[in-house]
Structures are given as C-alpha cells and as structure tokens.
Design a protein around this ligand. Structure first.
Ligand SMILES: Nc1ncnc2c1ncn2[C@@H]1O[C@H](COP(=O)(O)OP(=O)(O)OP(=O)(O)O)[C@@H](O)[C@H]1O
Ligand SMILES: [Mg+2]
Length: 245
C-alpha cells in the first residue's frame, strides 16, 4: 500500500479555550493536489501550519510520508518534542507559501529566492542564482529581480513567495491562499502549471481557499462533508465534499 504524503488523524488544536481543529482526518496522496475550502477564521492557516509543525497540534497525529511530525513517542507511549535536527530535515521537503508572503524585507526578490537555496539546499552560489532567476522568470518577474519587497505590488510579492517556495523543489507544497493578491492572468489555473509543483515529480500540494474559484486546478476539493473539518467549517456547513470540481 502506498503511504500518503500527508496523513492527519483525529487532529485537534486549541488556542486557550478556543478549539479551532477537532477530530480532523485528511489524506493527501503523492502527486495529488487537494484544495481545502472554508470561511475566514475557520482554521485553514492553522491546519496548514500544523502540517509542517510551525504550529503544534494538541491531539491526534500528523504524518508526512508515514513519519510523525513534531513528536517522538517514548517507550511509555508519551509524546515528547521531536529532535530539532529531525524536524528541520522533515521541513526541508515541505514548502509553504504563506498567506502574508513573509518575504525578507531587507533582501531583493532574487535574494529572497536564493537565500533558502543556499542555506537549506546548500546549492553553490551560481547554481542558486541560476535557479532563482529562472523561477522569477517563470512567474513573470525577471525585471523585478533587484527590487526589494516594499517596492513590489502585493501580487508581485506573492509571486516572489511562490517562486521562493517552488525553487526549493519540495516534495510537498502548502499554499495558503496562493492567489489572493494575483490578477486574473496569474490566478488562472491555466497559468498555474507553468509554476506549479506538478512539474516536479512526486510533489503533492495542499491549498487553502476561502471559496471555490481556484479549485479547478485541483484533483480534489474538500469542505465540511469530507472529514477534513475544522470546528468553524462544520458549524457553517461549508463545502460539498470530495470530488467536486
Ligand atoms: N496564534 C494564535 N493565537 C490565538 N488564536 C489564534 C492564533 N492563530 C489563529 N488563531 C485563531 O484561530 C482561528 C483560526 O485562524 P486561522 O488563521 O487558521 O483562520 P483562517 O481560516 O486561515 O482564516 P482566513 O481565511 O481569514 O485566513 C481564528 O479564530 C483565529 O483568531
Ligand atoms: Mg488564513
């Protein structure tokens, strides 16, 4: 049996008394593109951040290619935090485009893409520069390589964030509202494959959206009735389940 890229089982997450995720089950297969839809505040970003353990989950399990992320289980069955080195290694294979882009403001667009290639992928300078320049070209920003984020529009910043994540060629991509600042040309599913992880063999992606308009590019769209539910999605009855366009 093939091990899923992401396997979430009975995941729960609370902020104080506010329970955001409850009993959440979700599988994403290798090479699969899954779009998760839910209203503002329903826990989409929290869910994505639990997948790469930027946010710790309180209950359940999150496995990436079969390996539990964030925790080790000791001989007594108790959870303890995973060794930082192992967590870093797992995260190397998980790219993320953040909802608010999280570009480094003191670096140019090119440097934003080059830096993780050098630090995390340990690419030689020339190779990192070449790959970064190519990615910026693919997202239509070759002429903005030398610009700092504050000199870029929101959509341009978002495309730098997409280029930065895809340049790392991770096995799994997490997109937090990846087209929120893009115009219709760049948000179009027709444009997406030119910069999508589906061009990387075996890459999977989990995308979140507040609505349905980007789900045509996905293999599957999920909402409240297909088990990957958050507390707020369930109460608002959003989504029509798996297999929707
Ligand atoms: N660090 C935090 N501390 C306390 N509450 C938080 C924290 N992060 C998120 N929340 C709360 O958890 C809930 C879910 O937030 P989250 O950002 O996951 O929603 P979302 O579905 O991504 O919303 P949006 O579509 O607006 O981005 C919200 O009510 C939010 O206020
Ligand atoms: Mg969000």
């Amino acid at each position: 049996m093939t091990v899923p890229m992401i396997e979430m089982r009975a995941v729960g997450k609370s902020f104080g008394t506010h329970q955001v995720l409850r009993g959440l089950d979700l599988d994403v297969a290798r090479s699969e593109v899954v779009c998760l839809i839910g209203p503002s505040g329903s826990g989409k970003s929290t869910l994505l951040r639990c997948v790469n353990f930027l946010e710790s989950y309180d209950e359940g399990e999150v496995r990436i290619e079969g390996e539990l992320i964030g925790y080790d289980i000791d001989a007594d069955g108790r959870r303890r935090p995973m060794a930082p080195g192992r967590l870093r290694k797992m995260r190397c294979e998980i790219g993320m485009v953040f909802q608010h882009f999280n570009l480094w403001p003191h670096m140019t667009a090119l440097q934003n893409v080059v830096e993780p290639l050098r630090r995390v992928r340990r690419l030689a300078r020339d190779e990192a520069l070449e790959r970064a320049a190519d990615m910026l070209k693919r997202v239509g920003l070759a002429d903005k390589a030398g610009a700092h984020p504050q000199r870029l529009s929101g959509g341009q910043q978002q495309r730098v964030a997409i280029a930065r994540a895809l340049a790392m060629q991770p096995r799994l991509m997490l997109f937090d509202e990846p087209t929120s600042a893009l115009d219709t040309k760049w948000a179009s599913p027709r444009m997406w494959p030119t910069a999508s992880p589906s061009s990387t063999p075996a890459a999977s992606s989990l995308r979140v959206r507040p609505d349905r308009c980007f789900t045509r590019a996905a293999n599957r769209a999920c909402g409240s009735s297909c088990r990957p539910t958050t507390t707020a999605m369930r109460s608002e009855g959003i989504g029509a389940g798996c297999g929707c366009p």
